[in-house]
Design a protein. Structure first.
Length: 259
């Protein structure tokens, strides 16, 4: 069976080498902070994700107007918006990211398969407030520098870092970094299988209070939010179930009011 994380890593390097992250226009930078927005949230802190396709589901939503989607997410009460900019497997677009930046005053997370400083620079140039890094990509040698250097570079450009782990080993390694937030991906990027108990297994053994923990992937309902919150997650990144909803604003609101 093909290890899809290796596919993502190889394709990310190819995309960087093709100059995809250099063909962008600058936008007005924002001082918004995702971590601060999560900590101040009085309801369930939902980071709503805009993605039009995924390797596991195919096309999630057709004819997406990202400005309208972002506005609906904000009106629904999202504390921030995650946006897939990876073009090959997730149908992402840097130009569309800048449209979202122009549309809403919310913290924006640029979510990509980040292997190069060029992608960090693109995030800063397009008005992102935070970037996603995937811990196992560093272990597998796909990134041009180590995780500590990449985090430091993001911080030097004024960006927060959400460092994503899937296994207990990756999670413990992530805690040793200066990442602003630690993500637990319930999806195994090797085979794309999803299990919310990934968050439960890790946080049951390692109850973390001093770091902000974001549970990612597979979240469908308010019951899922309550389950993950009870496990010890502080915030929740939700994409597919929001993007496939008939009413995006109401779906976000349903999740936000789960706690």
């Amino acid at each position: 069976m093909v290890d899809f994380l290796d596919v993502l890593g190889r394709d990310a390097r190819e995309t960087v080498n093709m100059g995809y992250y250099e063909t962008i226009r600058g936008v007005t930078s924002s001082s918004l902070r995702l971590k601060e927005a999560v900590l101040k949230c009085r309801n369930a802190p939902i980071i709503a994700e805009i993605k039009v396709t995924s390797p596991s589901l195919g096309v999630i939503r057709k004819n997406v107007d990202v400005r309208k989607v972002a506005s609906a997410m904000k009106k629904g009460g999202a504390v921030g918006i995650s946006f897939l900019t990876e073009p090959k497997h997730f149908g992402g677009s840097l130009e569309a990211f800048t449209e979202v930046r122009d549309q809403v005053k919310l913290p924006l997370l640029m979510k990509d398969i980040t292997v190069s400083r060029a992608q960090i620079e693109a995030a800063a140039e397009t008005g992102a407030n935070a970037v996603l890094l995937i811990e196992p990509l560093f272990k597998r040698g796909y990134c041009e520098c180590d995780v500590h250097s990449m985090i430091a570079y993001a911080h030097s450009l004024g960006l927060e870092v959400l460092l994503e782990a899937h296994t207990e080993e990756e999670f413990l390694s992530s805690l040793k970094t200066e990442a602003d937030m630690i993500g637990i991906n319930n999806r195994n990027l090797k085979n794309m299988e999803v299990d919310l108990n990934v968050t439960k297994r890790i946080l049951t053994k390692h109850r973390i209070k001093e770091r902000l923990i974001v549970s990612e992937s597979g979240i469908q309902s308010p019951a899922d939010i309550r389950f993950l919150h009870q496990c010890g997650a502080h915030a929740f990144l939700v994409g597919s179930s929001i993007m496939s909803a008939n009413d995006i604003k109401e779906k976000v609101r349903e999740l936000v009011t789960a706690l």
